[in-house]
Design a protein around this ligand. Structure first.
Ligand SMILES: Cc1cc2nc3c(=O)[nH]c(=O)nc-3n(C[C@H](O)[C@H](O)[C@H](O)COP(=O)(O)O)c2cc1C
Length: 330
């Protein structure tokens, strides 16, 4: 059975790329899409920023045809601002609008946005209703289990947000108090899936970092799809590997050195196209060690890659990487 968000058909058991600030920008999304992500989201965008025309927020609205289906994720504490931001985000032409009720970071949560809405479900419901009423697009929500161990209220949240019209819910199996510590617990996600009143797709999120885990948790927690964040950073192949396993029951071999380099170059190229040469090269620096994780003695190459300001030099260094490791691993 295909999973649907409104009329958007995601196929059977979709894999979603998580929204990640400073990571899931268009260049990164490009390589994830190439490797099989079924649904992607922008980084979270401040509703106040959008309303005030803040350049950084507006730039995050950039989406491209090949990315579809794609959701724009917004957050905020003021219901009227969220209403206005929804109208602005809708004009950017995404396939859906996602609301962030999961961000645990102090300057978001303590200003009454993100996960802090988990402390006031009535307000969360009112905000969600306002967003749903402000767009013709499907609205989805991403949240956590609750604020802390004493208030794991996502079961109620799921029912009430479905009632006001959301079309899918992604749950990160941690509380706000946990931040990113400890391990994700998906058992409440299964409770929600088993709730006979819940009809919308429920996606599980948190700690999926291997084909085995995706396969086991799919069975164990009965989710409609999985959202992957950190494990895709420097390893966008995780999407195709999981999909291959589901389709064939067999493990796909990991990427060759040549593929890693090709992918890294594409990411760099897209970064430069979208951000300009200087910023594109600078912001790509955080990705090199992830793309080449596990290669022995890579440190010297990494140092050269992160100190180079020229695209041509970076290409040359990557050629050297290819020569060194291709022959060693052949
Ligand atoms: C660097 C980083 C930035 C993130 N930014 C966002 C964000 O903008 N919006 C959001 O809903 N979640 C954000 N998250 C949370 C992720 O979407 C995801 O819920 C979390 O990383 C758990 O999934 P994972 O274990 O697959 O990484 C961020 C996480 C990381 C590591």
């Amino acid at each position: 059975m295909p999973v649907k968000i409104g009329t958007i058909d995601l196929g059977a058991f979709p894999l979603l790329l998580a929204p990640m600030e400073d990571v899931s920008d268009p260049p990164f999304r490009y390589v994830c899409k190439q490797n099989g992500a079924d649904l992607m989201y922008t980084e979270f965008i401040s509703s106040e920023g959008l309303i005030r025309d803040a350049a950084k927020s507006l730039q995050k609205l950039d989406i491209f045809e090949y990315e579809r289906p794609i959701g724009i994720q917004i957050f905020g504490s003021n219901i009227e601002s969220m209403r206005e931001a929804t109208v602005i985000a809708t004009k950017a032409g995404p396939d859906l609008i996602d609301i962030n009720y999961g961000c645990p970071v102090k300057n978001v949560a303590c200003r009454g946005a993100g996960a802090s809405l988990l402390q006031d479900i009535d307000r969360m419901v009112a905000m969600t209703k306002a967003v749903v009423e402000s767009t013709h697009l499907p609205v989805t929500v991403k949240t956590r289990l609750g604020w802390d161990d004493n208030t794991k209220n996502v079961f109620e949240v799921a029912e009430r947000l479905q009632d006001v019209g959301i079309k899918a819910l992604t749950i990160h199996g941690r509380t706000r108090a946990q931040m990113y510590k400890g391990s994700a617990d998906w058992s409440m996600i299964r409770d929600i899936k088993r709730n006979p009143f819940i009809e919308i797709p429920i996606f599980g999120n948190g700690d999926v970092d291997s084909v085995e885990k995706a396969a086991n948790w799919r069975m164990e927690y009965e989710v409609d799809g999985i959202m992957i964040g950190r494990a895709a950073i420097g390893y966008p192949w995780i999407f195709r590997e999981i999909k291959h396993f589901f389709a064939t029951g067999e493990h796909l071999a990991g990427p060759t050195i040549a593929e890693r380099i090709e992918n890294c170059l594409t990411h760099l190229q897209k970064s430069i196209e979208w951000k300009g040469e200087k910023t594109g090269i600078f912001e790509m620096r955080r990705h090199y060690s992830n793309y080449f994780k596990g290669l022995h003695d890579f440190k010297e190459f990494r140092m050269r890659l992160v100190t180079s300001d020229s695209q041509n030099t970076i290409i040359e260094i990557l050629e050297e990487v290819k020569e060194k490791y291709e022959t060693e691993m052949a």
